[in-house]
Design a protein around this ligand. Structure first.
Ligand code: ATP
Length: 136
Protein backbone atom coordinates (compact mmCIF):
# COMPACT_ATOMS: atom_id res chain seq x y z
CA UNK A 1 0.00 0.00 0.00
CA UNK A 2 0.99 3.61 -0.52
CA UNK A 3 0.58 6.90 1.36
CA UNK A 4 0.07 10.48 0.22
CA UNK A 5 -0.33 13.91 1.77
CA UNK A 6 -3.69 15.54 1.19
CA UNK A 7 -4.44 19.09 2.31
CA UNK A 8 -7.85 20.69 2.46
CA UNK A 9 -6.56 24.19 1.82
CA UNK A 10 -7.82 27.34 3.63
CA UNK A 11 -10.53 28.03 1.05
CA UNK A 12 -11.96 24.53 1.52
CA UNK A 13 -12.00 24.82 5.31
CA UNK A 14 -13.39 28.39 5.26
CA UNK A 15 -16.19 27.41 2.90
CA UNK A 16 -17.22 24.48 5.07
CA UNK A 17 -16.31 21.89 2.45
CA UNK A 18 -14.05 19.71 4.64
CA UNK A 19 -16.81 17.17 5.27
CA UNK A 20 -17.85 16.97 1.62
CA UNK A 21 -14.24 16.48 0.55
CA UNK A 22 -13.60 13.82 3.21
CA UNK A 23 -16.79 12.04 2.18
CA UNK A 24 -15.49 11.71 -1.38
CA UNK A 25 -12.13 10.42 -0.18
CA UNK A 26 -13.78 7.85 2.11
CA UNK A 27 -16.35 6.83 -0.52
CA UNK A 28 -13.47 6.08 -2.90
CA UNK A 29 -12.22 3.65 -0.24
CA UNK A 30 -9.01 5.27 0.95
CA UNK A 31 -8.00 5.09 4.60
CA UNK A 32 -7.41 8.03 6.92
CA UNK A 33 -4.20 7.23 8.81
CA UNK A 34 -3.81 10.63 10.50
CA UNK A 35 -5.71 13.90 10.24
CA UNK A 36 -5.55 17.29 11.91
CA UNK A 37 -6.30 20.98 11.67
CA UNK A 38 -3.08 22.91 11.10
CA UNK A 39 -2.02 26.55 10.83
CA UNK A 40 1.34 26.25 9.07
CA UNK A 41 4.03 28.87 9.62
CA UNK A 42 5.95 30.43 6.77
CA UNK A 43 8.91 28.11 7.22
CA UNK A 44 6.72 25.02 6.78
CA UNK A 45 5.18 26.48 3.61
CA UNK A 46 8.55 27.48 2.17
CA UNK A 47 9.66 23.87 2.55
CA UNK A 48 6.44 22.51 1.09
CA UNK A 49 6.43 24.87 -1.92
CA UNK A 50 10.23 25.08 -2.47
CA UNK A 51 9.86 24.15 -6.15
CA UNK A 52 7.75 27.26 -6.80
CA UNK A 53 10.09 29.84 -5.23
CA UNK A 54 10.52 32.80 -7.58
CA UNK A 55 7.33 32.18 -9.57
CA UNK A 56 4.83 35.07 -9.75
CA UNK A 57 2.23 33.22 -7.69
CA UNK A 58 4.70 32.13 -4.96
CA UNK A 59 4.12 35.00 -2.48
CA UNK A 60 0.34 35.08 -3.01
CA UNK A 61 0.34 31.29 -2.55
CA UNK A 62 2.13 31.53 0.81
CA UNK A 63 -0.16 34.37 1.93
CA UNK A 64 -3.20 32.34 0.96
CA UNK A 65 -1.92 29.26 2.78
CA UNK A 66 -1.40 31.38 5.94
CA UNK A 67 -4.86 33.01 5.69
CA UNK A 68 -6.56 30.34 7.80
CA UNK A 69 -6.33 26.74 8.93
CA UNK A 70 -5.96 23.77 6.62
CA UNK A 71 -6.74 20.13 7.27
CA UNK A 72 -3.74 17.83 6.76
CA UNK A 73 -4.42 14.17 6.01
CA UNK A 74 -2.12 11.16 5.82
CA UNK A 75 -4.04 9.02 3.36
CA UNK A 76 -3.37 5.38 2.48
CA UNK A 77 -4.39 2.91 -0.21
CA UNK A 78 -3.16 1.17 -3.33
CA UNK A 79 -2.20 3.81 -5.92
CA UNK A 80 -3.59 6.53 -3.65
CA UNK A 81 -1.20 9.17 -5.05
CA UNK A 82 -2.61 9.04 -8.57
CA UNK A 83 -6.07 8.14 -7.26
CA UNK A 84 -6.39 11.24 -5.14
CA UNK A 85 -5.06 13.49 -7.91
CA UNK A 86 -7.73 12.04 -10.16
CA UNK A 87 -10.40 12.81 -7.53
CA UNK A 88 -9.03 16.35 -7.11
CA UNK A 89 -9.02 17.28 -10.79
CA UNK A 90 -6.61 19.56 -12.63
CA UNK A 91 -4.99 22.63 -11.00
CA UNK A 92 -7.20 25.30 -12.58
CA UNK A 93 -10.62 24.92 -10.94
CA UNK A 94 -12.44 26.77 -13.72
CA UNK A 95 -11.71 24.00 -16.20
CA UNK A 96 -11.25 21.02 -13.86
CA UNK A 97 -13.65 18.26 -14.93
CA UNK A 98 -17.08 18.19 -13.31
CA UNK A 99 -17.18 15.25 -10.93
CA UNK A 100 -13.82 16.18 -9.45
CA UNK A 101 -13.42 18.12 -6.19
CA UNK A 102 -11.98 21.18 -7.94
CA UNK A 103 -14.40 20.90 -10.87
CA UNK A 104 -17.47 20.70 -8.65
CA UNK A 105 -16.58 23.19 -5.90
CA UNK A 106 -13.92 25.48 -7.38
CA UNK A 107 -13.81 28.52 -9.64
CA UNK A 108 -11.59 31.49 -10.47
CA UNK A 109 -12.09 34.29 -7.96
CA UNK A 110 -9.91 36.78 -9.87
CA UNK A 111 -7.07 36.51 -7.35
CA UNK A 112 -3.33 36.13 -7.92
CA UNK A 113 -3.39 32.55 -6.70
CA UNK A 114 -5.59 29.66 -7.76
CA UNK A 115 -7.77 28.80 -4.77
CA UNK A 116 -8.34 25.19 -5.67
CA UNK A 117 -9.44 23.63 -2.39
CA UNK A 118 -7.04 20.72 -2.08
CA UNK A 119 -3.47 19.58 -2.47
CA UNK A 120 -2.28 16.05 -3.18
CA UNK A 121 1.32 14.87 -3.52
CA UNK A 122 2.33 14.28 -7.15
CA UNK A 123 4.79 11.37 -6.76
CA UNK A 124 6.10 8.86 -4.23
CA UNK A 125 9.13 11.10 -3.65
CA UNK A 126 6.95 14.17 -3.06
CA UNK A 127 4.65 12.20 -0.76
CA UNK A 128 7.53 11.04 1.45
CA UNK A 129 9.01 14.55 1.56
CA UNK A 130 5.68 16.29 2.24
CA UNK A 131 4.50 13.79 4.87
CA UNK A 132 7.72 14.50 6.79
CA UNK A 133 6.96 18.22 6.67
CA UNK A 134 3.29 18.06 7.72
CA UNK A 135 3.48 15.04 10.06
CA UNK A 136 6.92 15.40 11.69
P1 ATP B 1 -1.13 20.15 -10.08
O1 ATP B 1 0.17 19.47 -9.69
O2 ATP B 1 -2.21 19.26 -10.52
O3 ATP B 1 -0.87 21.30 -11.02
P2 ATP B 1 -0.95 21.32 -7.58
O4 ATP B 1 -1.94 21.80 -6.57
O5 ATP B 1 0.07 20.32 -7.13
O6 ATP B 1 -1.75 20.77 -8.76
P3 ATP B 1 1.22 23.08 -8.30
O7 ATP B 1 1.61 23.26 -9.71
O8 ATP B 1 2.11 22.28 -7.40
O9 ATP B 1 -0.28 22.57 -8.27
O10 ATP B 1 1.02 24.53 -7.68
C1 ATP B 1 0.79 24.66 -6.31
C2 ATP B 1 -0.37 25.62 -6.08
O11 ATP B 1 -0.01 26.90 -6.55
C3 ATP B 1 -1.63 25.28 -6.86
O12 ATP B 1 -2.44 24.32 -6.22
C4 ATP B 1 -2.31 26.62 -6.90
O13 ATP B 1 -2.94 26.92 -5.66
C5 ATP B 1 -1.15 27.56 -7.10
N1 ATP B 1 -0.85 27.80 -8.51
C6 ATP B 1 -0.21 26.95 -9.36
N2 ATP B 1 -0.07 27.47 -10.57
C7 ATP B 1 -0.63 28.70 -10.51
C8 ATP B 1 -0.81 29.78 -11.44
N3 ATP B 1 -0.35 29.70 -12.70
N4 ATP B 1 -1.43 30.90 -11.03
C9 ATP B 1 -1.87 31.00 -9.77
N5 ATP B 1 -1.74 30.04 -8.83
C10 ATP B 1 -1.13 28.91 -9.19
Amino acid sequence: TEETLVLVKPDGVARGLTGAILARIEAKGYSLVDIGLVEPDRDTLEQHYAEHEGKPFYEPLLEFMMSGPSVAIRLAGNRVIEGFRSLAGTTDPTTAAPGTIRGDYGRDWGLKVQQNLVHGSDSAESAARELDIWFP
